[in-house]
Design a protein around this ligand. Structure first.
Ligand SMILES: [Zn+2]
Length: 70
């Protein structure tokens, strides 16, 4: 799990540094609470991909307020 989180943070940092022009399109916070750890809201990094910064899980958006684990 730690490795997944590291990879996510690395990917996030790469996205942030290489896409400063459209940073809002890279990641955006959502109101969806992480269904895995219930500790933080998910961040959205594409039209259907979301992730939890706390536990590192990746999710796919299946509905406006519904996600499932990838
Ligand atoms: Zn989580």
């Amino acid at each position: 799990m730690g490795r997944m989180k590291d990879l996510y943070i690395q990917k996030l940092n790469e996205s942030l540094s290489s896409n400063l022009d459209n940073i809002e399109n890279v990641t955006s916070p959502t109101d969806i609470l992480c269904p895995n750890c219930l500790k933080d809201n998910l961040v959205q990094y594409s039209s259907v991909d979301l992730a939890c910064v706390k536990c590192g899980y990746d999710f796919i958006k299946v509905d406006e307020n519904t996600v499932r684990i990838k």
